[in-house]
Each structure stands twice: as structure tokens, then as C-alpha cells.
Design a protein. Sequence first.
Length: 214
Amino acid sequence: MFDENQLRSMSSQERRQLMCALAAMDPPGPARSREGDRRRRIVLLVIILCCLALAAWTGLLAATLPRYYRTGGWRGAWVGFDIALLVAFIATGWASWRRRQVLIVCLIVLATLLCCDAWFDVVLDARTSGFWLSLISALVVELPLAALAIVSARRLLRMTSGVLLRYQGRGGPTPRLRDLRLVGTNGGRPLHDLLTRPDEDELDTATEPAGRSA
């Protein structure tokens, strides 16, 4: 059994190799893996069905909705939306202050709400006296904040992925997010997925020129 002094005397490469060896000994969980694959197939099927239904519904709305419409519940709709946006700002600020991983989710939700706010402000104020104010607000405030939130979430995801890749013994630039696999979804062995060496195709992706992976 290793004691702390022996571990401290090892080089960083030796410690990574030890971690990989320990991860390889982590027992597999076939039942959990089959259950995870089944859930993944169900989720993919639901997403495909939602895309088809939404495409059909969008076409129906485009063909049947009137160009202009006087609606009710205007105050409730916008006050409720602004409350949701305020909650997203508060949650993002709290997660940033406390340095919590949920900050990535908060940033994505915040960016989505800001884009929706900008879109509906501009579209619904078209042909009204408040159109230019809504347009300026969208271009100067809402969309730049949404872009900042997306860039920050992407940066945090790449930083987290870079830490995991370094524990796998991989150097060089961090691959693009779309080339990175989920952690803990392979064979029900989260420690094995986290620390063992990647496949050859992932190594090829990681060694691409920095310009392509930026």
C-alpha cells in the first residue's frame, strides 16, 4: 500500500499512470450501461418526434395565423417573463460568486432568455412608436449580454474538459466541444471514463492544428 510520502515522490506522469491503472480496475456495470443506452435511445426518439411536430406546427401557424392580432393577458405575459429573467440573473450571480458548476447551466439559460426577450421586443413592437427603442435595446444590451453568457459557458466547458484531458495524459490544445465525449456514459464506469486513455480517434482530434480546434 502506498503512503503519502511515496505518492509525493512520484512524478506527475507516474501519478497519472497510477490513476489510469486504478481506473482500469474499476468494475464495470453492464446493467447500468444497458439502462443508460435505453434512456439515451428514448431521449433521441423524443427529440426527433418533437422536431417533426414543431416543424409541422410552425408551418401550420405560418399559414393560418393573422398578420396582426390584438391579444389579452399582455401584462401577465411580460411581467412573468421578466420575473423569469430576473431569477436567471440572480441564479447566475449566485453560482458565479459561489464558483459552482451549475453556473454553466445558468449562463445558457440566461442567454436563451435574453435572446427571446430581444426577439419578442423587436417583433412585437414593429410598426409602433417603441420599435427603435426595442431595436436599440436588443443590439446594445440584450444580445451582447447573451453573447457574453454563451462565450463564458463555452469557456468554462472547455476549461473543465481541459482538466479532464490532462488527467488522461493528453497535452496540446483542448478539442472542440462537439468532438468531446460525455464523461461517465461508457459501460457504467465513470472513473474509468474519467481517467483512462482516450481512443485513437480522439487522440487524432486532439492533435489537430490549433487553428482548427480553436
